[in-house]
Design a protein around this ligand. Structure first.
Ligand SMILES: [Zn+2]
Length: 145
């Protein structure tokens, strides 16, 4: 099956988004579990977008596979609850995750937490694709004009 990478989506080119995408939130999985998952996907020879939550040597293995891309999986939930463990501002939270994956072009937030301010800041920081909503499928169904 021909899976796309999220960063390759171009809204003006329908075939860039009218295909399936395999995306995985790493969600602090142990290295043993993450490695097991990487092994399966490498054996399947499929393209995958990964959303990273933490440092692990396995991120380099993901980076080295040309079928894989690495994005960030920022968690704004603590900030929303007054906990500054990832920073006391949404820009600091983005910086925290971009320190893990400085080359990230794609992001998906925990709990799909996003706002126009977060998206504007993410764009300034180099994020080109947000994966919290999938508008093309909704639009394809005639739900949004
Ligand atoms: Zn997640």
């Amino acid at each position: 099956m021909d899976f796309g990478l999220v960063s390759e989506i171009n809204p003006s080119i329908p075939h860039s988004f009218l295909k399936p995408f395999l995306t995985f939130d790493i969600d602090w999985a142990s290295d043993a579990v993450l490695e097991y998952c990487i092994d399966i996907l490498e054996q399947a020879n499929v393209r995958v977008t990964w959303f990273a939550t933490h440092q692990t040597p396995l991120l380099d293995r993901i980076r080295e596979n040309p079928y894989f891309e690495l994005g960030i999986h920022p968690n704004f939930n603590p900030l929303l609850e007054g906990n500054f463990c990832y920073g006391n501002h949404y820009a600091k939270v983005l910086e925290y995750y971009l320190n893990i994956v400085p080359e990230a072009k794609v992001m998906r937030s925990h709990s799909l937490g996003v706002s126009s301010r977060i998206l504007m800041e993410a764009k300034v920081m180099g994020i080109t694709h947000d994966c919290n909503l999938c508008i093309p499928i909704v639009a394809g169904g005639g739900g949004i004009n």
